[in-house]
Structure formats: structure tokens, C-alpha cells
Ligand binder design. Structure first.
Ligand code: SF4
Length: 231
């Protein structure tokens, strides 16, 4: 990571690191016009971030990784929520056909490779030209997410902004209620974190939010949120 990039991100943290939610999103959109994209899974809590995006700038590009293994419910929810919020630039991003073929049922034998082919490589192509990637990660989801900051930098030198990093579960629930946001249909079945269908299961009320992701395996992340520790 070059000292220039690190210095720039430290400056951003100094300027905006105390902001949350809509405020930090507005600040980066104003600072990097045309260079900000949002990533969303359209999962269990995605509506909260996307609602903020709609309030700040509904034309912001929203990148969705359509891995080929998403729940049908996610695709339906994606279309409905996009319409409801008035998002005008939701981009469904797919693996290259050869990568999709190579990843056929790879989740059974090599989940890291499967995520690389279905998520990491497509995202890398989709974010070319953007300087800032906004995501919906939150500290209360635990694991490696407990220590995230609202402003970070990924291993490619791209700025990552997580407007909800410091939000709590009650604050997320309040946002759904106060903004009358629709829930992903699988939430009613006990899913609290929703990714690909082979790697997501419902969780009990006493389990961590992400316990249903790659359940029974050591894996906890797909690899698209690899941030530098050099800050
Ligand atoms: S979450 Fe599972 S199915 Fe989806 S890309 Fe990763 S390993 Fe493959």
C-alpha cells in the first residue's frame, strides 16, 4: 500500500470518521462525485443502507453479485426493493461463463475458491474506475467485523465506507420500522444473514447473526472485504 493512499485515507478518517449513516455517505458522495459505488447482497438488513443511498443519491451505482446461487427470494426482493426505493442503477454482476462452469458445486469441496470465482473476480471487474466502495457491514455481526471502522482501505487501495459500522441491532430494527422498509422474505424463516443458498441457513435467537453462513466450517467471510491493517 503506497504512503500516498494511506495518507489520503487517514485524512478522510480525520475529516469524516466521526460521521455515521447518511452523514458519512453524503460526505463521500460530495467528495468523490461519480467515483462512488455501493455493494449490496440484498440480504436480511440490506434495505437500511439502500434506503440511505436512495435518500442521498438514488442514481448511485449499486453492485449486486449474482453468483448463480442466490435464493430466488433474494432476486425477487432485489427487484421489489429497487422499485420501492427508486434506485436507478442497480447492476447485476455475474461470473464469467468459464468461471461459473469451473465453480459448479465447488461450494461442496472448496468454498474459498468458489467465492473467488463467483464473487471476488466479478466484483474486481465491476469496480474498475470507482474510488470508493460503500457496504453495509456492521460491528455487531461479530467475528472479524467487530473491529471495522466506517472508513477503511482495501488491499487494492480503494476506499471502503461502511456507514452502518457502529449501528446496533436495535438501530437497524428501528430503521426498518421508522422507514417502513420491507424485510427480505427469508427473515420470517429465521435467516438473519443471507448469501448463497448452499452456504446460508437459519439461526436461532441465541446464535450470532452470521452463524448461519458457511455453518460448520471455519470460513466466515467470502473475501470481498479484505482491508488493509496498515492504517
Ligand atoms: S457463498 Fe457458497 S455458493 Fe456462494 S460463492 Fe461462496 S462458497 Fe460459493
Amino acid at each position: 500500500m503506497s504512503p500516498d493512499v494511506l495518507g489520503r485515507v487517514r485524512h478522510l478518517r480525520h475529516a469524516f470518521g466521526h460521521l455515521d449513516g447518511r452523514d458519512v455517505l453524503e460526505a463521500v458522495v460530495r467528495t468523490f462525485p461519480g467515483k462512488v459505488a455501493v455493494t449490496s447482497s440484498f440480504g436480511a438488513e440490506a434495505a437500511v443502507l439502500l434506503d440511505l443511498v436512495a435518500q442521498v443519491d438514488p442514481t448511485l451505482p449499486v453492485i449486486v453479485l449474482d453468483t448463480g446461487a442466490l435464493f430466488d427470494e433474494t432476486l425477487i426482493y432485489c427487484r421489489a426493493l429497487t422499485l420501492r426505493l427508486g434506485l436507478s442503477d442497480v447492476r447485476m454482476v455475474h461470473p464469467e461463463p468459464a468461471d461459473a462452469a469451473a465453480a459448479e458445486e465447488l461450494w461442496l469441496t472448496d468454498a474459498d475458491r468458489c467465492c473467488h470465482l463467483r464473487k471476488v473476480l466479478p466484483l474486481r471487474r465491476a469496480v474498475e474506475g470507482f474510488e470508493v466502495l460503500v457496504d453495509g457491514r456492521k460491528r455487531f455481526h461479530g467475528g472479524g467485523r467487530e473491529g471495522i471502522s466506517t472508513i477503511e482501505v482495501d488491499l487494492d487501495g480503494r476506499i471502503k465506507v461502511s456507514p452502518l459500522a457502529r449501528w446496533s441491532q436495535p438501530e437497524i430494527d428501528d430503521a426498518f420500522r421508522l422507514r417502513d422498509l420491507p424485510r427480505h422474505p427469508l427473515v420470517a424463516d429465521g435467516y438473519r444473514s443471507i448469501g448463497c443458498w448452499p452456504c446460508s441457513r437459519p439461526v436461532g435467537a441465541d446464535e450470532p447473526v452470521r452463524a448461519g453462513r458457511w455453518a460448520g466450517a471455519a470460513k466466515t467471510e467470502c473475501g470481498i472485504h479484505r482491508v488493509s491493517k496498515a492504517l
